[in-house]
Ligand binder design. Sequence first.
Ligand SMILES: Cc1cc2nc3c(=O)[nH]c(=O)nc-3n(C[C@H](O)[C@H](O)[C@H](O)COP(=O)(O)OP(=O)(O)OC[C@H]3O[C@@H](n4cnc5c(N)ncnc54)[C@H](O)[C@@H]3O)c2cc1C
Length: 449
Amino acid sequence: MSLLDELRAALGHSAVLEGEAMGARPGSDMSLTGMSLPRALIRPRSTEDVATALKLCNEARVPVIAQGGMTGLAGGANPTGNEIAISLERVRGIEEVDVASATMVVKAGTPLEECQRAAADAGLFLALDLGSRGSCTIGGNLSTNAGGIRVIRYGMAREQVLGLEAVLADGTIVSSMNRMLKNNAGYDLKHLFIGSEGTLGLITRAVLRLHPPPGEITTSLCAVASYEKVVALLRAAQSSLGGIVAFEAMWRDYFAFNADALKLRFFAADHPYWVIVESTMGVETIEAFLAQALEDGLISDALVARSHAQAREMWSVRDGYPIEALPNLLNFDVSLPIGHIGDYAEVCTAALKQRWPDAHVSFYGHVGDSNVHICVSTLYGPGEDMHSVDDIVYGVLGRYHGSISAEHGIGTLKRPYLHLSRSAAELALMQRLKQTLDPHGILNPGKVI
Ligand SMILES: Cc1cc2nc3c(=O)[nH]c(=O)nc-3n(C[C@H](O)[C@H](O)[C@H](O)COP(=O)(O)OP(=O)(O)OC[C@H]3O[C@@H](n4cnc5c(N)ncnc54)[C@H](O)[C@@H]3O)c2cc1C
């Protein structure tokens, strides 16, 4: 019997799709760099189904890729044509929201937004939040250790997880569904699977940590004259406004491009930096803080959103959909010490413009988390490819000891540059872990390491 027949016999006919029945979705994540469909698409309904599928694939030595919402930006879920894709879309649902312990138990294929809503319905708050919330899944969020817009207050996806269930390459189910904040009984195994992009096991369920709702969030947009002042504003906001829940900076070119395309104008004058600050302090406290910041010269202007619609307008510039239409757009996701980001942006822009004088280069991102995104659009010359842009962006980053991936992961796109952010000893340990957990190398081969 062929492997696919064995899978059909074990999981049911409708769980195994081939050819056109798969549709185009399993071919590429949102990096849009995937070039092939998988050999087949398996759609298990439960942890046990995932275990059965992995056991059979492992025995047949057939490579496997986990697929969640396919919103990844690093090519991590893209097939090369040889693999069987295992979609978690039917391993979906919220099993429990426990108000007393402020936890929820969810299946890995559940979209993030569904989990956020269930937490809110129970009077609690799931702090993980990203622009792809409607499509990305908890399994994808945890396996990429997603960041997003609330990291400054609540930390990354890793910090929202108390327990995890994963299936190893040989089909062994490792259920580590801890619900306690404190549990130092031996190694914390969940961290093997969080951020490892489906290369060490498939995540099937998780216990997520919930928080009290943050209360009414007030959104302000500040105009700032220099990067040094952006950092000074961050520190002042952190000490005067208690918990700020977002601090998102945009460099002039990024802000102007998107605001113009969206026909939004917030202030009469142009400014080099723009910052969205969100806080749960009352409007009066925030206004007093901004008035003081203006007097101290930290900001040049500020606007407090008077409605959700106005706050959404500010965020629409930050979300930056218009910029996606630029030709050959490459989006980078790097991190480096907060104090160096301004300098890095200048040096990196100069290096890119030296090579491509007409390039569009712009910066924005979660500066409060030491994370900046870079948009580069350029017309390559004959014989050039996107790697020549990568070489400059990551080459300059190396001088600042930054990380080539702040939150999107390594996937395939950043794999050639991993050595810039990890030592030889770290890479060797990663290889040893991979060899131990997946000796036949069937899990997402060619990704991360
Ligand atoms: C508009 C937009 C905004 C975004 N904003 C952010 C942001 O602010 N911060 C951020 O970090 N990311 C962001 N992303 C990237 C993306 O949404 C995240 O990486 C997300 O966590 C991926 O989830 P997914 O379910 O779509 O995973 P997929 O894209 O399907 O897969 C991503 C990786 O995880 C693996 N994987 C998926 N499910 C499992 C599983 N159950 N077990 C093991 N491995 C699995 C895949 O093999 C792949 O390596 C954004 C993307 C878009 C399109």
